[in-house]
Design a protein around this ligand. Structure first.
Ligand SMILES: O=C(O)CCC(=O)C(=O)O
Length: 254
């Protein structure tokens, strides 16, 4: 499979730290992913490789986050990452040394979905991964009405900012204390299948979901395996994911 070059406003990306990419995921792929997550949400035996986290209230327990999607289900996710252009985007921005380091779902369930406090991804990693970026894809509508997704334009230029313990956020240290000093918040307004991308020092987060509809998103993170000191082992190269995608396509056409 050959790479398609992405013609995007890279100057804007460098300036703001993020870009909205418009529609990237087809409805059929999106519905396949949602069906997969629905099955896992209904199951009390999720494979431990997904490192499932839950939002809970009273009797209700719903999936909040799943990790390592590609590693857990290569057959489903490799062709989808290929078709949504994630691999080509990584090749355009980073080059052929780009690798997938993370692939996760943020599933913010209706009524009980909790917030993701403002943070920089790079600050939560224990190693510096220069040039890394996220491609986040909406699986449902995404707007402030359902907890949405937001970020702070230009926040990436400060490099990694000190994160602090946050009593309101059990999942990780946050930048809640810093928000008043950041530029005006940008709320992403995404239709199902739309995607956005951001640099790993771009400050972003989301609010609780008080609506009656789930707000679901899937994120894939790429880093440059040719960067100095790169020592991630459990990664997938673009060629590996493309071969898995090609193998999936061959099976489907049989
Ligand atoms: O989907 C969300 O609510 C947060 C996403 C996020 O923090 C991430 O993709 O790094």
């Amino acid at each position: 499979m050959t790479a398609t070059s992405f013609d995007l406003d890279w100057a804007k990306f460098r300036r703001n730290g993020f870009l909205e990419l418009g529609p990237r995921l087809s409805d059929s792929d999106r519905l396949a992913v949602l069906e997969h997550f629905d099955k896992l949400d209904a199951s009390d035996r999720i494979p431990p490789g997904y490192q499932a986290q839950y939002d809970e209230q009273g009797e209700t327990r719903r999936l909040r986050k799943l990790r390592r999607l590609l590693w857990n289900d290569k057959k489903l996710f490799a062709p989808i990452l290929h078709r949504m252009g994630a691999l080509d985007l990584a090749e355009t921005l980073i080059g052929p040394s780009a690798v997938v380091i993370l692939h996760a779902a943020f599933l913010k369930p209706a009524r009980i979905g909790t917030h993701v406090a403002p943070h920089q991804d790079q600050a939560l990693w224990d190693r510096h991964l220069p040039g890394s970026f996220n491609m986040w894809c909406a699986l449902t509508d995404v707007s402030p009405a359902n907890g949405g997704l937001h970020g702070y334009p230009g926040s990436h230029v400060h490099g990694v900012i000190e994160h602090r313990d946050d009593p309101d956020h059990p999942w990780h240290e946050t930048l809640s204390y810093k928000v008043p000093e950041l530029a005006e918040r940008h709320d992403f307004l995404l239709k199902p299948g739309d995607a956005a991308m951001w640099e790993s020092t771009f400050v972003h987060g989301s609010e609780p979901n008080t609506s009656d509809e789930d707000r679901r998103g899937m994120v894939v993170v790429f880093a440059d395996s040719a960067a100095a000191n790169f020592r991630e082992r459990d990664v997938m190269t673009l060629d590996q994911v493309r071969s898995l995608a090609a193998a999936g396509a061959a099976t489907e056409s049989r």
